[in-house]
Design a protein around this ligand. Structure first.
Ligand SMILES: Cc1cc2nc3c(=O)[nH]c(=O)nc-3n(C[C@H](O)[C@H](O)[C@H](O)COP(=O)(O)OP(=O)(O)OC[C@H]3O[C@@H](n4cnc5c(N)ncnc54)[C@H](O)[C@@H]3O)c2cc1C
Length: 336
């Protein structure tokens, strides 16, 4: 019997020539599902990495190292930058032809946009923002059981999807990437121009996000920005302050979700765990999922304009103020 298929839609950062970490995490997670299927149900699932690009320079070996048993490469000039219309049209075509059983996307800005476009076109279900995946037997069929927090994280819901492909977006940092030793084949999937309808989107400007090295895991002083900073420009002010003072920058998930900072510097349950000498939180509410990543910090300073913010119960120094004004004042002091 032919193997069932798990597709992982991989994200390639063209300007940095790397795949996003979440792609590796999902390939590893897909391998865990495949192992479970073999052991519990004696069914073979093959793990495929799906890559879209206009002419990739990235090292495909990275994908096999972290669990791609086969790579399907969709190459087209339309993918010279991310355009959700062209990407979704190509994925819909691929899924119609290849008929995967399960498809995993990263719960990144890209994945969160792309996955619903694809699943609605295919009239199938999508479980968003999952934190756990497994396989279960349901009415004689093997199904993806995708678990996600609901009601603000108070309850966990496990959702099965009726149709194939059963799709999920999975949060970054939830699964560990593991190493494998696969000899992976790359298949180029031909895309006829007729599958594309003209995208209404037009790229006006491309400004790549400069990915800093995540040295903050070992930093003595960390400045963390939260959603309370409100804009990417204000987050840049925090980055400037950190540069001037030799500190490292981190972000809450609220800030990452808003696009102020990359996931690589997120602190918390689904981010990194840090233990600096001093942790200064600007506009971070102090949700338990954040605190769990920084509670080992020696001294915590919190700046929040809400005197009842939960972060104040987990800090040594409390500053009730507008975080941006405090950052501006500090910049005045150090930027001369
Ligand atoms: C399973 C799960 C895993 C999660 N993992 C993580 C994780 O790894 N890391 C993480 O951070 N979160 C994580 N979260 C999300 C977490 O629960 C919170 O939603 C998130 O931490 C909120 O980010 P925030 O504090 O930046 O934003 P918000 O909760 O929106 O808080 C913003 C804060 O800024 C303050 N503020 C607003 N304006 C200003 C101003 N001008 N000056 C000063 N303060 C201001 C507000 O009073 C508020 O307290 C997870 C959630 C779940 C369910």
């Amino acid at each position: 019997m032919a193997s069932k298929k798990i597709f992982v839609v991989c994200e390639y950062r063209k300007n940095q020539n790397i795949f996003r970490e979440v792609s590796f995490e999902l390939l590893s997670a897909a391998n865990s599902l495949s192992k479970q299927a073999k052991e519990e149900f004696n069914v073979d699932y093959k793990v495929y990495a799906i890559v879209l690009d206009s002419g990739i320079d990235a090292d495909f070996c990275q994908l096999s190292k972290y669990g791609a048993q086969e790579i399907i490469y969709l190459k087209n000039q339309k993918f010279s930058y991310y355009d959700c219309c062209y990407y979704s049209q190509a994925l819909v075509e691929l899924f119609k032809v290849k008929d995967p059983d399960i498809v995993l996307f990263g719960a990144t800005n890209t994945g969160r946009e792309l996955a619903p476009l694809v699943t609605s076109s295919l009239n199938t279900g999508l479980t968003a923002d999952c934190t756990a995946l497994s396989l279960v037997q349901n009415k004689g069929e093997i199904k993806l059981a995708a678990t996600r927090p609901t009601f603000g994280g108070v309850l966990m819901a496990t959702i099965l999807c009726k149709n194939n492909p059963q799709c999920a977006t999975v949060r970054e940092g939830v699964f560990k990437k593991n190493e494998f030793e696969y000899m992976t084949l790359t298949e180029e999937f031909p895309l006829s121009e007729s599958i594309f309808s003209r995208s209404p989107l037009k790229l006006l400007e491309f400004s790549p996000y400069e990915l800093r090295e995540s040295t903050f895991e070992n930093a003595k002083v960390i400045l963390c920005g939260g959603k309370g900073l409100k804009t990417r420009e204000n987050f840049e002010k925090l980055e400037k302050l950190a540069k001037l003072t030799g500190c490292a920058v981190a972000a809450s998930r609220g800030a990452v979700d808003k696009g102020f900072a990359p996931q690589e510097i997120q602190v918390g349950q689904t981010g990194k765990t840090v233990a600096p000498q001093v942790y200064v939180a600007f506009g971070v509410s102090g949700a338990i999922h954040h605190i769990s990543g920084m509670s080992a910090s020696k001294t915590v300073v919190a700046v929040n304009n809400d005197p009842n913010a939960p972060i104040f119960e987990n800090c040594d120094y409390k500053i009730v103020a507008d975080a941006v004004k405090i950052i501006d004042k500090l910049l005045e002091k150090f930027d001369n």
